[in-house]
Structures are given as C-alpha cells and as structure tokens.
Ligand binder design. Structure first.
Ligand code: TYM
Length: 329
C-alpha cells in the first residue's frame, strides 16, 4: 500500500481544471491506498491574507471536495492549519533550501510578475511548505496537474538533500501521479493558458447548467480550417483538450474527423462539449448544495481528519527532530 497525498489552495471555488487534473484521480485511488487530502489554507495566505474570506473559502472547498467523491471513511481529509506539525517541518526544511533555487521557481517568477507589490517570504518559500505537506506523511504518490510538476521535483530534491546531509534513507521519492499517463493541463476557454482560479476563464463545479452552456458557447475559436488536415490553432486545440477529458472517444473522433475534412461547425462542437461538461459537473453541483449546509457533518469530518493527520504528522516530526539532533535532556 502506498501513501498518497494531494491538496488544493483555499483561494476560491474548485474548477473543472482542479477536478480533471487532480481530484478525479485521488477519488479513483482512495480505496486502495493510505490517502490524505488536505486544504492548503496556510498557502492561501501568500496571496490572499483576508481574515473575512479565509474561513468561507475553506468551507466552500471542503464541501466541494466531499461532493466530488472523497470518502472521509477511508481517506483522511483535513485542513492544513489544523496540523501545526507542518509548520515545524517547514521551518526545519527551510534550513536546507537555498534562496537561489527558490528564486528560480517558475511559480515564484510568475507571482512576482503579477503581484510586484507583495513579494513576501512566504511566496518565496511556497515550495518548501508544499514539500513539508508531502513529506509530513512521507507520501510516495501525489496526484496533481501539470502545473505542479516543478514543485514535486523540488520536493524530491529537498528530500534527497535531507537524506544525504544526515546520512539516512528517511524521506521517500514523492512522484506526481496520473495512473501512468502524462499529467494534464486543462486549458481555459479564453484561447490561451490554463484554467485557473484567478484567470476568470473557468467552469466551476458549482456552476449551473445554463452558466456552463453560456461560458462554453462564448469560448474563443478561429474562423475554421480551410485546408484538409491543417494544424489547429491554440484556441481550437484547447477545446479539443477539454473534449478529450469529458467526452467519449467516439465523440472526440467524430469531431476530429469533421475538423480534418473542413466540415466542422464550431457551434455543434461547443454544444456537445457543454453537454458533456454538464454530465460531469451537474451531479457534483447537486451534492455540493446538500453538503455545504450540513455543518454537523463537515465539522465531524475535519475533526476526525485532523486527528488522524496529526497522528501521522507527529510521528514524522519526532523522527526528523531525532535525525537532526534535537533531543530532550
Ligand atoms: P491549486 O490549488 O492551484 O490546484 C489544485 C490541484 O488542481 C490542479 N490544477 C489543474 N490541473 C490541470 N489543469 C488545470 N488547469 C489545473 N489547475 C489546477 C493542480 O495541479 C493541483 O493538483 N500548490 C498547490 C496546492 C498544494 C499541494 C500541496 C498540492 C499545496 N501543498 C501538496 C499537492 C501536494 C496548488 O496551488 O494547487
């Protein structure tokens, strides 16, 4: 049995990219492994330090996680800040993380470009906190989307460095995981880039059918292929990428063929895409509504999840302290 961990920042509602890139994969593997799923609320403070929004955001993401199929009876689902041991492991790992390598991280560079007025140390050490999340339970498989690949690479580097410095084989190799297939990047509907919480280009798991249809019908396309087998422009390729993730192979083949023979009607493609997205999203959305208001259930889930996560975390932190030479008198 392997240890699996994955997480999401609590900076807004879950979108289709989060679900198809990561969440759907955890749900598929949760019964065969030792699984941890958590909500990264400490991470959200690097960009969204708003005390009035923090709790409502965590509440929303928690309900969405459960609605998407995570089973708290088998998986341990918890909130990052309910497990303070992560802060200690983060501090200890920071002692072996170099400022130069952190400054070179793609996500850090992107954040300083977007928010030059708030380049805080938490942002710089974001990958160290993420490594602490993963190594806290010594996870070997980490279901994530393509955008997290570099963070996973850094986690493995920090783990190897720790093992080398202290001459131990303590931390495992934590691998990004998608059932042997490539990690996915679900694009937005605006013609470029990935679907993201702050990009305003997403379809959310809580979206109503009408909103989904409207967003998909407005997706950016081009003026259509003019020669057989011509390459797709990025915006059309993006629509096909989402189609591949939500539709049947027959449907995808049909529209590929229509494209290759210049007979495609983007209106038909979008209508089909919208219906296939709705098939995925609608049942989750209906469950979100029930779960969101069930405070007794939600507080039981996080109380029990927090306890189980703290148990696993304290074991690791005690062993790391011992390895690093922090010992009681
Ligand atoms: P976050 O909150 O941005 O996203 C959560 C998960 O969704 C995936 N994802 C996507 N996958 C495919 N296409 C997309 N457009 C897309 N957008 C998001 C992400 O890859 C991720 O798997 N740093 C993490 C949160 C985190 C974490 C961790 C994850 C903190 N500690 C430890 C795993 C393990 C983040 O910001 O993800």
């Amino acid at each position: 049995m392997e240890t699996v961990l994955s997480g999401i920042r609590s900076t807004g509602n879950l979108h289709l990219g989060n679900y198809l890139g990561a969440l759907k994969n955890y749900v598929k593997m949760q019964h065969e492994n030792r699984c941890f799923f958590f909500i990264a609320d400490y991470h959200s403070l690097t960009t969204h330090p708003d005390p009035t929004q923090l709790h409502p955001n965590v509440h929303g993401v928690l309900a969405e996680y459960l609605a998407a199929g995570i089973d708290p009876e088998t998986a341990t689902i918890y909130i990052q800040s309910d497990v303070p041991q992560v802060a200690e492991l983060y501090l200890l790992l920071n002692m072996h993380a170099f400022v130069g390598e952190l400054e070179r991280t793609a996500s850090f560079k992107e954040k300083i470009r977007k928010h030059p007025d708030n380049v805080n140390a938490g942002l710089l050490t974001y990958p160290v906190l993420m490594a602490a999340d993963i190594l806290l339970h010594r996870a070997t498989k980490v279901p994530v989307g393509k955008d997290q690949e570099q963070h996973l690479e850094m986690t493995r580097r920090f783990a190897r460095r720790f093992n080398n410095i202290y001459g131990v084989e303590y931390f495992p190799e934590s691998m990004p995981y998608n059932f042997g297939a490539e990690l996915v990047k679900i694009p937005g509907l605006d013609g470029s880039g990935k679907m993201g919480k702050s990009e305003g280009n997403g379809i959310y798991l809580a979206d109503e059918d009408a909103a989904i249809r409207k967003k998909v019908m407005k997706a950016v396309t081009d003026s259509g292929p003019t020669e057989p087998d011509s390459p797709m422009t990025e915006c059309v390729r993006n629509i096909f990428t989402i189609l591949e993730a939500v539709s049947t192979p027959d449907t995808v083949d049909y529209f590929r063929e229509q494209y290759a023979t210049c007979r495609i009607r983007y209106g038909d493609l979008k209508k089909q895409l919208a219906e296939d997205i709705i098939r995925v999203v609608a049942p989750i959305r209906e469950r979100i509504k029930d779960i969101y208001n069930d405070s007794a259930y939600l507080s039981k889930v996080v109380r029990e999840g927090g306890e189980k996560a703290r148990e696993s975390a304290s074991e690791t932190v005690a062993e790391v302290r011992e390895i690093m030479g922090i010992r009681p008198f």
